[in-house]
Design a protein around this ligand. Structure first.
Ligand code: MN
Length: 570
């Protein structure tokens, strides 16, 4: 196991003394709490968080994210209280570590219909893209040692990796990690297909690589004659999983796959990309219809390059990919490639033009696709990396890790009916994150909810006062044989929140609540907070019958002596 000094000298050359102090503290703390733990492979446990931190460092993340990487398993696997992390390392590090811990509770068992829910939940629970990125690298490291687990576990983890993690990495444009995750998962999810592919392709790829090894010098010479400055020329075999997918689309016909191993040329600017294309076509005749200009027309995930396939020396059909260094980094590292991450997780250099980055567009599309209605400008979007596309939905877990997608402020009763009508009908209590809570309490994303049922227990009519889902409402109404009311769009079935700015005085609260009582509006929750010396705020939650009732209420509240301001929020 490497020492702090070795780690620092190898990976943390350009860090400030303050950054080093934080990272060293995390290093020592994590090493100590994991001291007696081993991975199944027998390696010291601490090697795992260190491996993840090295990935995070190589992407130029800030010190807090590095510290969080080192500490990411201290809560779950070493039973350190979150409070302690907060006290020792501050709010932000604790927030990131807590985020990783919460995401760990999400389990995916390979049901097609839940893939999208799980992805949404993953993002909603993570709350911050840095947590998502930490989890992606956590999973990558765990995949490397998956061989040690039982076949059932291998299959479950690998399927989750393929359907959830690789897909999220792809959305973030992290092509390199995505390909690694897919190839690591492939052998466990489709072992027969993997072995078949390997037996078919190993020699073919070796042969192609040997061939390309001879092509590179020819091309290099030609490019230098034409005074093209080359950043890098390399060749690389296609990843197994993407090759297999491509074979599926091409009737398993290897002769139709030209990029088994392709040659990649990286140059300094776009002009040179087109110049290189011309030089290649002068050397070797292109296959008609195989020139793809993804620079002029990027792929939907933002990928940019020029691809061309030519009859190369010896009439061998060969694919070339031409791109700039910036395009290359973006294709490999996506979202993580663009800036040095500052302390607050925001881009340090605000002047960089963010709109030209494909992943920004991509995330915005993703947000739209997942039902977010807001259309944010780039700057607003990047103000923070907080993931808030799912403002109106929460994702709650069953004790077994199944995800239940509910509206904001849903209660354990909504949850119970979402699982099964019988569980709803006989709900007698609820444990939220292991603690008994009222059946009317509001749940939040990531909560693990267990419904305690009692045989022969009947639904309670009072539930209608707080349930949020149409499903729960109609079940309870059905039970009491109440007429089924479909809420019209005019009515306000939605819970509202009103904020009063008040100069406090004796009797004020009584006056406020009597306005609600006279209008026959039930107050569901009321909170007070001091906002300054003279003023304080009263926050009231309630569900008005309709808009006219709401307007009446606002007018009456404004008339109360001591109420300075009446504000509605959603
Ligand atoms: Mn871990």
């Amino acid at each position: 196991m490497e020492s702090w000094t070795e780690y620092k000298n190898n990976y943390l050359k350009n860090r400030t003394p303050e950054e080093l102090e934080l990272i060293e503290k995390a290093f020592n703390f994590s090493r100590d709490v994991h001291r007696d733990q081993k991975r199944l492979s027998g390696a010291p446990y601490f090697s795992h968080p260190l491996a993840i931190s090295k990935n995070i460092i190589s992407l130029n993340f800030d010190a807090k994210t590095i510290a969080a990487a080192i500490l990411h398993d201290t809560i779950e696997d070493a039973k350190t209280p979150l409070k302690k992390i907060k006290k020792m390392f501050g709010e932000e590090v604790a927030f990131l570590v807590d985020g990783v811990t919460k995401v760990n509770a999400i389990k995916y068992k390979g049901l097609e219909r839940t893939v999208e829910s799980i992805k949404k939940m993953f993002l909603a629970v993570a709350e911050d893209l840095r947590v998502v990125i930490l989890k992606i690298f956590d999973r990558l490291d765990n995949m490397e040692t998956l061989y040690i687990h039982s076949p059932e576990k291998q299959k479950r983890i690998a399927l989750e990796t393929l359907d959830i993690y690789a897909s999220i990495a792809d959305r973030l444009g992290m092509g390199d990690v995505k390909a690694k995750l897919e190839d690591l998962a492939f052998r466990y999810v489709y072992p027969r297909e993997y072995n078949w592919l390997l037996s078919q392709v190993r020699e073919k790829i070796q042969e192609r690589e040997a061939y390309l090894k001879n092509i590179v010098p020819i091309l290099k010479e030609e490019l230098s004659k034409e005074k093209i400055q080359v950043v890098d020329i390399s060749y690389r075999a296609k990843h197994y999983y993407s090759l297999w997918r491509k074979l599926l689309r091409s009737d398993m016909d290897f002769s139709r796959i030209y990029d088994l191993a392709a040659c990649r040329i990286i140059v300094k600017d776009i002009e040179d990309c087109y110049a290189v294309l011309g030089i290649i076509h002068k050397l070797w005749k292109p296959l008609p219809g195989r020139i793809k200009d993804y620079i002029a027309l990027p792929k939907p995930n933002g990928y940019q390059s020029i691809h061309t396939t030519v009859f190369c020396s010896g009439k061998k059909i060969t694919e070339f990919q031409i791109r700039t260094l910036e395009m290359h980094r973006e294709a490999e590292d996506g979202i993580t490639s663009h800036w040095i991450w500052s302390e607050a997780g925001k881009p340090k250099d605000k002047k960089i033009r963010l709109d030209k980055f494909a992943w920004v567009e991509q995330l915005k599309n993703w947000q739209k696709e997942f039902g977010g209605k807001k259309d944010l400008s780039n700057s607003e979007f990047l103000e923070s990396l907080k993931i808030d596309f799912f403002k109106n939905r929460i994702f709650v877990l069953t004790p077994k890790g199944d995800v239940i997608d509910l509206p904001e402020d849903a209660t354990p009763i909504d949850f119970a009916y979402a699982i099964h009508s019988e569980i709803g009908d006989s709900a007698n209590g609820a444990k939220v994150n292991g603690v008994l809570r009222p059946l009317s309490c509001n749940l939040s994303s990531g909560d693990i909810v267990e419904i305690l049922i009692k045989k022969d227990k009947k639904p309670n009519r009072e539930w209608l006062n707080f349930v949020k889902t149409q499903n729960a409402k109609s079940r309870v109404r059905h039970y009491f044989k109440l007429p089924f009311r479909e809420e019209s769009s005019q009515s306000f079935s939605k819970r509202q929140k009103i904020i009063l700015k008040v100069k406090d005085r004796i009797g004020l609260l009584k006056d406020v609540s009597s306005v609600f009582a006279r209008l026959k509006i039930n107050i569901q929750d009321l909170k007070g907070a001091a906002s300054s010396d003279k003023c304080s705020e009263i926050i009231i939650f309630f569900t008005p019958k309709d808009i006219s009732q709401l307007n009446q209420l606002k007018l009456k509240l404004k008339d109360i002596k001591g109420v300075e301001e009446v504000r509605m929020t959603e």
